[in-house]
Design a binder for this molecule. Sequence first.
Ligand code: BGC
Length: 432
Amino acid sequence: MGFYALSAVFIAALGGFLFGYNTAVIAGALLLIRQQFQLDIAMQGWTASIILLGALVAALLSGVIADRFGRKKSILLAAFLIVIGCFTGATAVDNTAFIWGRFVTGLGVGMISVVTPMYLSEISRAKHRGAIVTIYQLAITIGILVAYGANYALAKQEDWRSMIAWGSAPALIQLIFFLFLLESPRWMVSRGKESKAHEIALKLGIHEELEEQPTEKRSRWSALFKSRGIRLAIFIGLFLSCFQQITGINAVIYFAPQIFEFVGFSSRDVAILATVGIGSVNVLATIAAVWLLDRAGRRKLLLIGTFGMAVALCCIAIAFFVRSPEVGAISLVGMMAYVALFAIGLGPVTWVMISEIFPLGVRAKAISLCTLVNWAFNYILTLTFLDVVAWLGIETTFIIFAILSAIAFLFVLRFVPETKGRKLSEIQKLFS
Ligand code: BGC
């Protein structure tokens, strides 16, 4: 990879970091904010999840924005929104201002989550595409881990304002450096700017693959459902996005300290430390995924990942049922295994596949739709998880996640094709 491609990947991956950090940082910040602004339970839930609502709204609009103004300007706009949102949140004098800040941050994060994988897949060569889009997922996991670290480090001083403010630092870097980076040549092709597109593709080293990209005009939302091939791709993209969330990853990522306290970890510090352990496993397994994606292939990793998640979740649920003295240790090991299996399967592969299975003409809108579904299920799960646990019990909740993981496995087995190593233009033929 040349200099342009590498720097584009680095700066775009900062987007993943922004996604991970800004969504996860609320876990620690909320404990302090609820004291300062005297929040009741309902208000705490609202404060914690408002970022997801912002992301959901932005995901819907981002496809149209990315088509009209380009990938580069959309990423710049997203970074700008995150800076404004973090600033508003960190300086908030009451909870209303804080919620507005988090909502605007959510708009930026939602837009980032649509445009970054799209941009990364459009500037990569076929043989590296899986690894490059997985770098984005790696950046999400590093962002989550750093947020846990910031929570831990700043909790003693009760400094929630710095926790929130730090979320804007990578956005500022992105805002400055992205100004000098290249637009996606594939977007340029879709705008009919062929010669400029080829010039950029040459710099990125993807000119041979670009020539095979058909020049398609941007289409309307209805084009998503016109041909059978696109309908099938949409069906797969939507279900993968949904499974990525309903198999419970964010119950563990956002509520790990509560789960550990529930299973009897004696001190709060131990619970937080166990959470940092989970975050570290997530990062390490995603590093393995970067290496594996273009070697083992997407389908195989999805199958191993979903099957393994189902088994790990069953083991955790059984430990909860039996209430053996080792329940703490078993649930910690089980959760680490579950997170590692997500991190090599549904985590990265969902983002990789939705960035590569749609034809250029409908790509931005289709990714937008899948990402919207992803945020919507994330929002519903986050809002309801604690209530469901109170209602059904933690054992049954985990059994439900296990069953959903098993259904995800069967879905992949039946419907998801292998896209490893294929050019973007070839992948569409798999669906027609
Ligand atoms: C998911 C996030 C999740 C993260 C965990 C991402 O792929 O979209 O919802 O928090 O992985 O690593």
